[in-house]
Design a protein around this ligand. Sequence first.
Ligand code: ADP
Ligand code: MG
Length: 622
Amino acid sequence: MTAFKALGLDEQLLQAITDMGFETPSEVQEEAIPLLLDEDRDLVALAQTGTGKTAAFGFPMLQKIDIESRTTQGLILSPTRELCMQITNEMKSYGKYKKGLNVVAIYGGASIQDQARQIKKGAQVIVATPGRMKDMISRRMIDISKIEYCVLDEADEMLNMGFYEDITEILSHSPEEKSTWLFSATMPREVSSIAKKFMHNPLEVTVGSKNVGSENVEHEYFVVSGRDRYPALKRLADANPEIFSVVFCRTKRDTQKVAEQLIADGYNAGAIHGDLSQNQRDIVMKQFRNRQIQMLVATDVAARGIDVENITHVINYQLPDEIETYTHRSGRTGRAGKNGISMVIVTKSEVRKIKSIEKKIQKAFIKKEIPSGMEICEKQLMHLANNIKNTEINHDIDAYLPQINEALEDFSKEELIKKFFSVEFTRFYNYYNKAKDINQSEGPSREYSDDTGSTRYFLNVGEKDDFTWMSLKDFLREELNLGNDEVYKVDVKDSFSFFNTDEKHQEMVIKFFEDFKLHGRSVNVEVSTDKENRGSRGRGRSRDGGGYKGAGRSSRGAGGDRSRGGRSGGSSSGSGGGYKGNFKKRDSDGSGGGDKAKFSGKRRGKSRPESGGTGGRRRRSD
Ligand code: ADP
Ligand code: MG
C-alpha cells in the first residue's frame, strides 16, 4: 500500500487500490506510474501479458484528468470488445472514489445510439475499439479534439488485426500536443513504426526481456499424430479434473468444431470466435467467468487480452502461425502471481517449432507424455475421493436416509466404498481400459528426413483453380482419405502443384486420379522427377506447416474416439460444477434456443441433478 503511495498516487486512488486488494505495484506499474504522473510525455511500455498494464496507464490517467470537467480528456484504444469492456470495468473500479467520473466503452456490435447517448452525458474517459470509434467520429458523435492522453493498449494486436488505418484516422482528429502512451506485450516492427509515426521522443519502459513469457508459466508439449489431437485434448482434460482452461485453435472453424465435440462429449465447454454475435460472445464469457464453462475454445483474436482469473491451463490445440502469438496465449495463465501451465499438442513435424518458441521466450519446454488410460482413471478416482472428503453434507437427503440405509444395510463400509467407487470407476475404466498409447516418438520430423519412401507428385491444378496450399492439402486429404500428416510438401503454383505422400500410397493416388474430374475437367497427376521441387523441404515456409490443422477435419480421428458407449443419462451435478448430462437432449427440447448450444454447452447456473447424479463429477469422458 505504502508502495503505491510512494508512486505518487492520490488518496482516492489509494483507497480504491486497497479495496481491490492490490498490495504492491507490479514492475511495469512501478516504472510507468511515476513517469506518467511526473510530466506529460509519450511513453512506450513493453511488458508481458498479465503484468498489470491496465493500472499502469489507468491510475495516472485518472489522477491527471479533471473530473470536474465533462470534456473527454482520455482515450484508450484496445483491439477487442472484450478487452474494451474489461478495461472500462477496471477504470471504473480504480476511479470509484472519484465522484463524477464517467468512463464509457465504445465498441461494435452494440447500439451506436446508446453509446452516443452515454458520451453526451460527458465522458472524461473513452475506452474504444478502433472500428466503432472511427465510425462515431465520422458521424460526429464523439469529439476527441481536446483529449490530453491517448493510450494504445495491446498495440501489437491492434496492428495484427489490421487497425493501422483506423488508428491513423482516429488520431488525426486528436490534438497534436497530447501525450500518447503505447502498451504492448511485444514489439514487432509495426509497433516501432507506429511509435515513430505518432509519438514524440517517447520514453521506453521494458519489463523483463522482450517477448518473454510469464515467469509463472510452465511450458509443456505432447507429441501425437495429427489425428490424435482431439483424443489427446480429452485425455489432458480428464487427467486434470479441476481444469479451467482456454483451448486455442487456429481457425474459427476448428474452434467451433472442437467446442462442439467437447460439448457432445459432455464437457463443460464453449467456443468464442469472431463468427459469433456479440450477444453470444457475452454469454460465453459470462459462463466462463462463472466457471460454468471449464474449457473455453478460442481463436487468438477473440481471446486476446481476456483477463479471467485463475486459468489453470492454456492448451494449444494447434500451434499459432506466429511465435509471438504463443506468448499471448500462454499469458492467459500464470497471472497475478498464480502458477499456470501452457500445454502444446504437436505432431512430430511441428517439434522444430517448439524449439524456435523456446528461443523466443527463453524458457525450456518440458516434453510430457499424454497420460495413459490407467493414469487418468487413477487421477479421477483420487479426485472423487477428495471430493467426497470435502463435500459438505446436504441435509435435504436426510428424509430419504432410512430408505437408502435399508437398501444398503447388508454392506460393510469397505464394501460400500468399493461399490460406490466402482460406479464412477467402471465408466472411466471401460472408456480407457483398452485405450492405446497415443504418444509419438519425437523422431526426426518428416521435413528433415530424407525423401526415401516418399513420392512427389505433379498435379495440373493450381492457383488458377482457386487452390492455396492449405486448401489443396485439405482437398487431397479428404479425397484420398489420408490423414493430416500423410499429404505434405504441398506447393501450389499458378497452374500446377506438387505434393508428397509416402511411397506406399503412390499406387492409390495414381489410381484415384485416373478418372477424376474437377469442374468437368480431368485432373492429371504424375509422379514428379522435378529435382528442384523435391528440394523444397525445410525452408520453414508455412506451406509445409500444414500439420497445424487439426485432426478434426477427418471424422476418423476424433470421431472414432468418442463413439464409444457413454454414461447413459447418468449425469451428475457436482457441488461446484453444474454439469448437464445430455446437452443434445436439452437442445432439442426447446429449452433454450438451439443456436446457443452451438457455442456453449451450458446455459444454466447451478444445475440440479435431473438425472440422479452422485455428485462430484462435472463431466464425463466419453
Ligand atoms: P496486462 O494488461 O498486463 O495483461 P492486466 O492489467 O489485465 O494485465 O492485469 C492482470 C491482472 O492483475 C488483473 O486481474 C489485475 O486486476 C491484476 N493486477 C494488476 N495490478 C496488480 C497489483 N499491483 N497487485 C495485484 N494484482 C494486480
Ligand atoms: Mg492489458
